[in-house]
Design a protein around this ligand. Sequence first.
Ligand SMILES: Cc1cc2nc3c(=O)[nH]c(=O)nc-3n(C[C@H](O)[C@H](O)[C@H](O)COP(=O)(O)OP(=O)(O)OC[C@H]3O[C@@H](n4cnc5c(N)ncnc54)[C@H](O)[C@@H]3O)c2cc1C
Length: 498
Amino acid sequence: MIIKKDKDIIQNYFEDNSGVRGSNADFVAIAEKEEDISVFLKETSAKKAPVTVAGALTANTASGLAFGGVVLSLEKLDRIGEIKRIDENNALITAQAGARVNDIKSKASDEGWLYPPDPTEKNAFIGGNIATNASGGRGFKFGGTRDYVKALKVAFADGSIAFIERGKYFADKNGKIAFDTNRGKKEITLPKYILPNIKNAAGYYNYPEADLIDVLIGSEGTLCVFIEAALKLIPHFKEVFGGIIFFDDKNKAYRFVRNIKDISTKTKTENLKNSISVMSLEYFDKNALLLIKDDYPVMPANAEAGVMFEQDIYEDNSDILIEQWIKEIKICGVKLEKVWFASNLSEFEKFRVFRHRIPEKVNEIVKKNKVPKVGTDFAVPDGKLFEIIDFCEREFKKAGVFNLTFGHIGENHLHANIIAANEREYGECRQMYVRIAQKVVELGGTVSAEHGIGKLRHVFLKKMIGEEGFKELAKFKKSLDVNGILGVDNIFPRRYLI
Ligand SMILES: Cc1cc2nc3c(=O)[nH]c(=O)nc-3n(C[C@H](O)[C@H](O)[C@H](O)COP(=O)(O)OP(=O)(O)OC[C@H]3O[C@@H](n4cnc5c(N)ncnc54)[C@H](O)[C@@H]3O)c2cc1C
């Protein structure tokens, strides 16, 4: 284990993309081998010292930032194993928690496989992606990180190690799960609160007779330390076809999205071969487009909304699919000169850079302003999206603050970014976010669909599960982490641990 104490050297561990300041720790412990983690946790647990696991620190919820105690980094555990082919449609790859998602994706694609989760920020570690159940643009077709985690090697706060395979340990009818560790059996009981059955990253994942692996995924560094994962791969597509459509009316954009989602659902349920099946559908509102206008001066003028789409192609049917896409674009009243097309992956890569530029630019402004951003991460059930967009727009108008919205419209999951210029505005923006969260919950949605709760969104999660829900979360955490040392203040406030 490498221990770093020099404040100048460890300063890097005290900043993520949340803009939150004041992070600090006594030292940073960098594991050099897997065994270091178990020994370190056992010692730290005995001293009751808080441990914050740091991944690549790309989160924007301050979840990887320590406020006291020690930081545990797995950056040196970055080995990616050989790919194991199961059959023509499935393969497995193992990766240690410090491996970068980009490297896993590249290794898979070099050998003809796809690791489907596609969060915009590819520098994140796989451990961080598992801890937040990261997803991204391609979630509409492929789901999130959870759907591809087949097995996990984890360390619990007492230093015990467990190998958790998907399908091995399930909760019984009373929510009890018993499982093996290298130091004997553990038994836990799941919380009882009910979460909406949509894309969700808020609170510990639970569902009747849940698989233990699902409960640990998305636990934001509070239940265990992920050491290594076995990840499912699927065959890589041959090519992609995609584009960015610039709409002069946002309602045309909404209609386009609705049509494409309906067709894609039909393609899937009826197993159609030559029909549109979109991989990602990303939305940009007018302000999001204006934000990066200087970087992209050729962008069509007066665009009120943009939609980026990506279709994966596996056979020699691209001509048929492209024809269908063009028909759908025209049906929504868009002239083809208002569309940027990409007919292969390398062309489409430029659009992904365009998409990434928006949150990147937001983060630059936030860093400059030195005020945290208020960024929503909500998702709502199908049929409720346009209601929540209207609600947000009314709120933004009333407040008169700079805002922009973009995100995974295919999954009814948008990031509204409200950028405060100073602390006073920040306070008002947070109040506005509470009202938005309330509305999201009323519509049956979640306050976090991919970034998690971290240290900044307790108040929003409370809208979903209430005071009792927080107590249940804390009780559940303590059944795995008796001294309450891991990821303190992530998901629920630390006072519930006392
Ligand atoms: C420009 C930009 C775009 C983004 N786009 C997306 C997106 O499309 N989708 C998305 O989901 N997120 C996105 N994010 C957010 C972020 O990249 C994800 O939350 C990511 O999963 C964080 O991984 P990390 O390695 O950086 O973890 P960190 O930020 O370091 O930590 C995040 C959480 O994971 C925990 N953790 C990290 N490693 C471990 C481990 N080994 N064991 C246990 N807990 C651990 C930490 O304690 C913390 O709670 C974006 C961020 C940026 C800056």
